[in-house]
Every structure is written in C-alpha cells, then in structure tokens.
Design a protein around this ligand. Structure first.
Ligand code: FES
Ligand code: FES
Length: 184
C-alpha cells in the first residue's frame, strides 16, 4: 500500500501547530501497534522512537545513546528487533510494531519479563525494555536458543549496571518457561 503524502502545513494545521519556514512533507501513517491498528499524521523525518514516545505516548521505549549503539530503543517490527532511534516512522507503514507495553498478557508477565524479574536481570531498569524486546524477538524465531545464540541476539544491547550474567540467566529462565507454554 502506498502511503498518503500530505503537506506538513495541513498536518500542522490539523494538529493545531503553526507552519514554519522550510516545512517538510509528511504522511498519514497506518500501522498495527501493539496489536491495534493506528493512523497518525507523521512528518517524513519523524523517528520511530519519537513517534512512539511523543506522538503516541508510549514511553516504555527508552532513548539511550540516540545513535544506534546501546539498544535501549529496541522494538519489534514484524517480529524483528529494530533500533527505533535509527528508523524513520514512515518505514513501518502497514507493519506490525510491538513495544514493551505489549509484553504482558492479560495482566500476566511474559516469560522474558518473568525471567528478568526472578533472575534479577535488572537494576536501574533503563536498558531493560530494550533487552526484553531483543530477547522476545529471539524467542519468537528460536524458542530454544543456545548460549551463543542468546549472546549474539543481545550483542547490540548495553547494560551499565546489572552485568550480563544475570541477563543471560533471565533469558534462559524465559526459555524454560516457554517450554511450559508461557508466551515470550
Ligand atoms: S537509543 Fe537507539 S541504540 Fe541507543
Ligand atoms: S539495569 Fe541499569 S543500565 Fe541495565
């Protein structure tokens, strides 16, 4: 589906904003966000991270380095872990985007969330949403990863306080829960 392109002036007017010099183009973005269809007016240069946090108000996805180095901003796009700080919102047109806010199931923690909670895989928690989404992406495509596969899947995520042993234990615990039928 080709996204509708509309002048930013109209979008800004619709949003109650004034039109500045050098206005860029914008579009109507349609996607499935955390299982629900959404339609928003989005400037072409809007990052997915800013769209999620500022346009939608889902602040669970964190801004860390803002440059593709830390993984704090990781979300799933069509089940693939994706750095939202390096992704334009326009590129997720008609795709499925899942954020940390989608992780619990009817109030029950997901297997990965339980792993981080019960194995103490989190201290300050700032990196945790990114780790959880990267881990969930791994377990969706490979429910029984070995140590090497876990390390590779989390290789783009940085934690400055927990230490990675606990985080790896958390993912292994999630794998064990997955074998009992708990969703990742
Ligand atoms: S904020 Fe995106 S990788 Fe650090
Ligand atoms: S728990 Fe603090 S940065 Fe990872």
């Amino acid at each position: 589906m080709v996204p509708a392109i509309v002048p930013e002036a109209r979008l800004r007017h619709d949003a109650g904003m004034t039109v500045g010099e050098g206005a860029t183009m914008a579009r109507i973005l349609e996607l499935v966000l955390n299982g629900r269809k959404r339609v928003d007016a989005v400037p072409d240069n809007r990052l997915l991270l800013d769209y999620l946090r500022e346009t939608v108000g889902l602040t669970g996805t964190k801004t860390g380095c803002d440059g593709g180095e830390c993984g704090a901003c990781t979300v799933l796009v069509d089940d693939r872990p994706t750095l939202s700080c390096l992704t334009l919102a326009a590129t997720v047109e008609v795709k499925r985007v899942d954020t940390i806010e989608s992780r619990d199931h009817d109030g029950q923690l997901s297997a990965v969330q339980r792993g981080f909670h019960e194995k103490l895989g989190s201290q300050c928690g700032y990196c945790t949403p990114g780790f959880i989404m990267a881990s969930a992406g791994l377990l969706r495509r490979n429910p029984d990863p070995n140590d090497e596969e876990i390390l590779e899947a989390l290789g783009s995520n940085i934690c400055r306080c927990t230490g990675y042993v606990k985080i790896i234990e958390a993912v292994k615990y999630a794998v064990a829960l997955g074998k009992q039928g708990v969703a990742p």
